[in-house]
Design a protein. Sequence first.
Lengths: 258, 259
Amino acid sequence: MKGPSRRSTAIGVATVAFLLVAWYVLTTLTGAISGGRFPAPVEVWQATKQIVVQGYADARLHEHVLHSCKLVLLGFAAAIGVGVPLGLVMGWSRRAEALVNPVFLLLRPIPPLAWIPLAIVWLGLGDAAKVLIIWLAAFVPSVINSHAGVRSIDPTLLEAARTLNIRGWMLVREILLPGAAPMIFTGLRLSLQACWTTLVAGELIGAIAGLGHVLYQSSLDIFPAMILVGMLAVAATAGVMTRMLEWVEVRAMPWRRA
Amino acid sequence: MGAALSRREFWTLSAGGALGFFALWTVIALSGLVQPQFLPTPLAVLQKFVDLTRSPFVGYTLQQHLLSSFGRFGAGFALAALVGVPLGLMMGWYRWLDDVVTPLFEALRFVAPIAWVPFAALWFGTGIGGPVLIIFSGAFPPCLINAYRGARFVETRYIEAAQTLGAPNWRVICEVLLPASVPSIVAGLRIGAGLGWQSLIGAELIVASSGIGYLMVKGQSNISTSIVMAGMIAIGIVGFAVDVLLRRVETGINRRRGR
């Protein structure tokens, strides 16, 4: 959580190495932890090979990953597309804010996960229900942060825009979006994590493909090694997506690059 | 930016927005475009909410479901706070502990709390341990991170003053780092409570035989939208109440410190 120094890197590597050895000793050498509770390294390796080469739960690993990524990106993009404009309008116009805010205040305390049963009743167990809940998970933060982002713009800039009679699309592109961008990206980073949690939960409850489905199937089969592989795949994919978003963030706001 | 609204205009618009929302909902529900089973009117949902507090559904009334959810939440959240806060403070003080824990923490951070569900089921069955593990994994990271940050940003002169007066490590942690990081810790607890509450709902949707999430899943499999929506209302109210309570604590503490 701080700048890496050579000493702390060494300690970090040593810790990970120690844990890997301890894992091997506890599961394989001594059998202190039985394979039914936590898998041994060899089992994890075999499970990884199985899901990558032959496939598990009706598809191979990359197909599950792609399926989950597709749903997250769809829901995420739709949430940005609707949420950011709405937030900008709410930030710009006090009237729009007063009109829309009460509905938000009512819906905001309901966590995205609590929408899952409703999404299933409405849309069934298919992809549409998952996209809906991902959309919900990302929509609220998009609106709130672009709203707050517009409010954080220096009033002098806004006054200048008014004096110069800048309106419409130019106002959005030159003032509102760049001014609100830092907060919007903060919101997006937070909601991407929420999107993944929601997706995994949705897929655990019912799905035909995706990483959550792998977790569900391996849980039914009582296959601890595959559970672990599924968890690692979820973590790795979420990590890569977060990094990609950070990459976009830096590119989208060149003026902030220090 | 639009000029500030008069009080009257603000309240008219706000009331209009909320009323419009419910009116639209009622019109769609009554229009016959959607079956009432899938979209009940707001009044029907409210009626169901009241019914659920009186007559039991899947074994318990709404209050009993909420109580059992809240018990799990309390256990998981308390565990996360009791482990996360001291560990975070100590990481802020002992460099080596920071070096040991940080790589593990960074690796585990991306595992969504819900992804622990299969292991929770495997290790604990349907017992209380499973949900507690999942709430813990949701609430733990903010508790730890905020305590750590709080401890790192304590002004050095306070620490040096304590050390000059001969305070041993544990007294520096308890009497300098802890009090100085209280605002940050409370903020972390508030975020953790929110995430833990969400994770609990997720856990109950999948592994539980009571609780508010379980009630919603049963409503879902009976295709009773009104039960699902009543559950969402209950979740929203509790989540909101917990947040308001912790916010109160937060502002109270900040005010006492003159911020």
